[in-house]
Structures are given as C-alpha cells and as structure tokens.
Design a binder for this molecule. Structure first.
Ligand code: SAM
Length: 286
C-alpha cells in the first residue's frame, strides 16, 4: 500500500510550502500505538464499511483500509488530497470526497458508495472546533450508522460519557446517552500530535441505540437543556424559570416520582429525566 509510513507524515508536515491549517483544526497524529488502539476499539472487519472524517495525512486511514471492506473519506482541505491519493494509490477499497462533512449529504453518499457491508462505523480524529456539530449531525440526520469511534478534547469526551453526580455531567451527557451507549475508551496525551494542541484528548465510542428516533425527542432534549440552565439551581427553579409553571406543582411531580423536591439536575439519571418529562407533560402542559 503506497510508500506510506510514519516518517512520511512527519516530513510532509515539516516541508516548506506545506502549511498546517489551524482553521481546520489540523493536529496530525504521530503515534502508531494509539492508532492501533483506536482501530481495535472500533471492531471493524472485512465486512464493515467505514466513514472517516478528516483523514489528514492518513494516520488512521492506513489501518482502516487494511481492515475494512470499503471506506468513505471526507476531507475539506484540498491541499491534502494529492498526498492521500498518492499514499493509498495501490488500495482500491476507498473513495475520497473533498467536502465539508457538515455540508455533505451523507445519506446520499452512503447509498451511492457502500455495497454489501454488514455495518457502517464512523472513525475520526475530529476537527475539535466542530466536535459537537459533527456528532449531532450523525445522530440527527444520518441513517444506518452502527457506531462512532471518535477522538475529541478530553473535556468533551468526559462530558459525553459521564454519570450523575460528577462535575462533567450535563445536558449533553444525558442527550448523548439517551441515543447511544457511550463508552470512554482511553486518554491521549497532547504530546502525540503535530502540531501539539493545548489540551489532552480522549477516544470515545458511541454505539447507536437503533430504537431511538432522534426526531421524536427534540422536545425532550430541549427539556433536558432547560433542566440544566443554571447548574447551581435546583431542578424546580430551572423548570420554573424555563416554563413558568408554579414551583409547588413541579415539586409535586418530583415527590410523586420518589425524587427529592430539592434535587439538582446533576443528580438525576437518564431514566429520571424521562419520567419527570412524562409527568410534566401530562400534569402541567397537557
Ligand atoms: N486524521 C488525521 C490524523 O489523525 O492525523 C487528521 C486529524 S485533524 C485533527 C482533523 C482533520 O479534519 C484535518 O485533516 C482537517 O483538514 C479535517 N477537517 C476539518 N474540518 C473538516 C470538515 N468540515 N469536513 C471534513 N474534514 C475536515
């Protein structure tokens, strides 16, 4: 597969005329062990279709192409296209789209490209400035995805996977865990990237729950956001502020569900939010 190796990537990045683009959050991964661990964490095999967002200089791409049946690559930076084409010229099972992943019609691309794959997995060392929009796009709009294995800022990785009563638990944790089984895989130190970012990273795996239709829960997700409006306030105060229902009525709902009427949102499990939302709709909004 091409004359690709670790040294190629480093030397390309340090070449005159090649400029690393901050606006595309380009931090290239240099450590082969980390790459191997990311691929191992994604459980891809010869029947899997893979979508890689931002292949960059192909750090993850090489191992993906060796394992997967077919791979669809989205890379926004047109200066990287010739390098990727040269690296992987001997491999046939991939296609490279010079597109902004946030603007692409991914369902159409999937239909047009993947043939007879058992499952589709998204793998990415994400461009950090658009981590949440990319994840939300895949959860809200893209069909037929099984899992996403994503490297992101450590802080965001902790949020997506954190449990109640921890400092990282917030609306995003609840919303993501409603739609996916979210697992924190491992931490990645900032030292294994070029250029070196200011923060450490984490690899997270999101296995999509097939029975949850995102479009049917938009109002619930707004409700969860409202529950966390002000972290130091109680759930009752946040809901009173957001919806203007009397505090005593909201307290009654919590008591009916066996919850502490003075609880803060950070102490509620996903199931609690669903139960509070149900009664809130029936008793106060219905
Ligand atoms: N996968 C490479 C690696 O691990 O070394 C590069 C990762 S780098 C953090 C992010 C990559 O995403 C860059 O190659 C960047 O050009 C690309 N990118 C940034 N914004 C993008 C977008 N909207 N659509 C597609 N690719 C994008």
């Amino acid at each position: 597969m091409g004359n690709y190796n670790n040294v190629d990537r480093k030397s390309i990045v340090s070449q005159k005329g090649f400029s690393v683009k901050k606006r595309f959050s380009q931090n290239f991964l240099l450590d082969e062990n980390i790459i191997t661990n990311i691929i191992a964490g994604s459980d891809i095999d010869e029947n899997t279709g893979v979508i890689e967002i931002g292949p960059g200089l192909g750090a993850l791409t090489k191992q993906i192409l060796e394992k997967a049946k077919q791979t669809l690559l989205y890379e926004i930076d047109r200066d990287l296209i010739p390098h990727l084409e040269a690296f992987f010229k001997d491999s046939k099972n991939w296609t490279l789209l010079n597109k902004d992943v946030l603007k692409a019609d991914i369902n159409e691309d999937i239909l047009g490209y993947f043939k007879e794959v058992n499952r589709i997995v998204v793998i990415s060392n994400l461009p950090y400035h658009i981590t949440t929009p990319i994840i939300m796009k895949f959860l809200e709009e893209v069909e037929n995805i099984d899992s996403l294995v994503l490297m992101m800022q450590l802080e965001v990785g902790k949020r997506l996977t954190s449990k109640p009563n921890t400092k990282d638990y917030n609306a995003l944790s609840v919303i993501i865990q409603h739609q996916t089984d979210a697992k924190y895989l491992f931490k990645v130190p900032r030292t294994v990237f070029h250029p070196r970012p200011n923060v450490d990273s984490a690899v997270v795996r999101l296995d999509i729950k097939k029975d949850i239709k995102n479009s049917e829960y938009q109002d619930f997700y707004r409700f969860v956001h409202n529950c966390f409006l002000q972290r130091r306030k109680t759930l009752v105060n946040n809901l009173n502020f957001a919806y203007n229902f009397p505090k005593d009525d909201i307290k009654m709902i919590l008591v009916e569900l066996g919850l502490d009427p003075l609880a803060r949102s950070e102490s509620l499990e996903l199931e609690d939010f669903l139960r509070v939302y149900d009664l809130f709709n029936k008793d106060l909004r219905g």
